[in-house]
Design a protein around this ligand. Structure first.
Ligand code: SF4
Length: 283
C-alpha cells in the first residue's frame, strides 16, 4: 500500500508541510487502507496542495471550504476514509464557521491543519493564529489583534477528538493521525508546521522552545474535557499529543433512515410508474 504518487511537491525546501504529507501517507499505510478507499479534500493555500500529493482520491476545493466538501463526500460514500486538510488561514479564517459546525456535527472525518501562523501562499500576511504583537509586512508595528487558539475553539465547540503535532516529530504525528482516522467522529489534528520562507519568528527552534509534549506527562488524562481546556489555556495552545478524546456516535449514524451501505452503492434505478406519476403531479 503506497500512498506516494509521481507529483513532486512545490513547497519550499524545509517547509513543515513535507512531514505532514509523509505522516498522512504512513498513517494510511499502517492502518492498512488502499488508495481507492481514501479521499483527501483540501482548501486553498500552500498546504491545500496536499490533495494532489497523496495517491488517493483528491479534491482541491475553494478557500475555506474543504470541510463542506468533505462532509458531502462522506455522506455520499460513507465507506471512504475522508481526510480534509488545509492551513490556518484557510481553516480558521474564512473557513472558521464551517469548522465550528463540522466540530459540533461530529461527522466521521479527519481534519488535518498545517498551522504556520501566517499566510504563506500569498507571501506572508498575518493570519488568524498569528500572535498579538506579531510583526511582518502587513503588521510592521505588531499585530493589534489577539490570536485565535484552534485547540480552545475546538474544545469549546464540543470536539470529540483533538490532537496536535509538530512537523519535526513525524513518529508522534503519524500515530496521532492513525488514532484520528480510527476515531469514529470528527477529529482535528492541528500541526505546528513552520513556514521557513515567510515566518521568521515562529521557526522550528521557536516551536521546540515553547511546545509542551503531553506524551511526557503520564498524569495527563485526555478523557477529561475540563483538564484538556485547562491544559490548552496553560500552554497557550502550544501542546502536542492527544489532548482530548471521547466516544460519541457519529452524525451519519444518527440520521433517521440513513442506510448503512454507501449511497453510491444503493440501487437508484428509476421506478418508471412513480416517475410518470410525479411528472403528472408537477406538470
Ligand atoms: Fe511552506 Fe511557507 Fe514555502 Fe508555503 S511559503 S511552501 S508555507 S515554506
Amino acid at each position: 500500500k503506497d500512498f506516494r504518487n509521481e507529483v513532486r511537491p512545490n513547497w519550499c525546501p524545509g517547509c513543515g508541510d513535507f512531514s505532514v504529507q509523509a505522516a498522512i501517507q504512513r498513517a494510511l499505510a499502517n492502518i492498512g487502507k488502499e488508495p481507492e478507499q481514501v479521499a483527501v479534500i483540501s482548501g486553498i493555500g500552500c498546504s491545500g496542495r496536499i490533495s494532489g500529493y497523496i495517491h488517493s482520491y483528491g479534491f482541491h476545493g475553494i478557500h475555506g471550504r474543504a470541510l463542506p466538501i468533505a462532509q458531502g463526500v462522506k455522506l455520499a460514500n460513507r465507506d471512504l476514509t475522508v481526510i480534509a486538510s488545509g492551513g490556518d488561514g484557510d481553516g480558521f479564517g474564512i473557513g472558521l464557521n464551517h469548522f465550528m459546525h463540522a466540530v459540533r456535527r461530529n461527522m466521521d472525518i479527519t481534519y488535518i491543519v498545517m498551522d504556520n501562523q501566517i499566510y504563506g501562499l500569498t507571501k506572508g500576511q498575518t493570519s488568524p493564529t498569528s500572535a498579538h504583537g506579531f510583526k511582518n509586512k502587513t503588521t510592521p508595528e505588531g499585530n493589534i489583534e489577539h490570536a485565535l487558539t484552534p485547540s480552545q475553539v475546538a474544545l469549546g465547540a464540543g470536539i470529540s477528538f483533538l490532537a496536535q503535532g509538530f512537523s519535526t516529530d513525524i513518529n508522534q504525528l503519524t500515530r496521532l493521525i492513525e488514532e484520528a482516522i480510527n476515531h469514529k467522529g470528527f477529529s482535528l489534528v492541528n500541526v505546528f508546521s513552520p513556514c521557513v520562507t515567510f515566518n521568521k519568528i515562529n521557526t522550528y527552534d521557536w516551536f521546540k522552545e515553547h511546545i509542551v509534549n503531553l506524551d511526557n506527562d503520564e498524569s495527563y488524562d485526555p478523557s477529561n474535557r475540563t483538564a484538556a481546556m485547562t491544559k490548552v489555556i496553560e500552554t497557550n495552545g502550544l501542546c502536542t499529543g492527544l489532548i482530548y478524546k471521547e466516544d460519541r456516535v457519529a452524525y451519519e449514524d444518527l440520521i433517521p433512515g440513513y442506510k448503512p451501505e454507501a449511497l453510491v452503492n444503493q440501487d437508484i434505478s428509476l421506478d418508471r410508474d412513480l416517475f410518470e406519476q410525479c411528472l403528472k403531479e408537477f406538470a
